[in-house]
Design a protein around this ligand. Structure first.
Ligand code: FES
Ligand code: FES
Length: 160
């Protein structure tokens, strides 16, 4: 007998259904069942931040979330960011060389898309504090900090 449960959730603005076993993680259901492989999985222990998505507009670790908990919730993944043109944050990461292998980048983008919405004029210390939740093994972080501050400035200029 299958112990799968059908859940209905909104992913990137679209209502999706998935049949999931209660033990399965949101990160795995996004990647394996819904084909959204932009959400990366590194540590699977809530440490590296690579799997960060937005749940009801707040950053969350998809590897620490059971998919069945997401019934009725809204998930935003990296696939929804910069669909047509790069977001200011993605553009700044590109211009400032804020990524190398790119494995950590989706998690960092999701973390800071939410952060910059709430904190449009952050200090460098605030950016570094938030960035401490996302591990990057390539960049040394400095260029990510520069890119986030640049994106914040660009977004402030674009505000009406
Ligand atoms: S894979 Fe989720 S925090 Fe590392
Ligand atoms: S760019 Fe390679 S882990 Fe961050």
């Amino acid at each position: 007998m299958s112990d799968k449960r059908t859940i209905t959730l909104t992913v990137n603005g679209t209502t999706r259904e998935a049949d999931v076993e209660p033990r399965r993680l949101l990160s795995d259901v996004l990647r394996e069942d819904l084909g959204l492989t932009g959400t990366h999985v590194g540590c699977e222990h809530g440490v590296c931040g690579a799997c960060t998505v937005l749940i009801d507009d707040k950053p969350a670790r998809a590897c620490l979330t059971y998919a069945v908990q997401m019934e009725g919730h809204e998930i935003t993944t990296i696939e929804a960011v910069g669909e047509e043109t790069l977001s200011p944050l993605q553009q700044a990461l590109h211009e400032e060389h804020g990524l190398q292998c790119g494995f950590c980048t989706p998690g960092i983008v999701m973390t800071f898309e939410a952060f910059l919405r709430e904190m449009p004029d952050p200090s460098e210390a605030q950016v570094r504090d938030v960035l401490s939740g996302n591990l990057c093994r390539c960049t040394g972080y400095q260029n990510i900090v520069v890119a986030v501050l640049k994106a914040a400035a660009v977004m402030r200029e674009k505000r009406p």
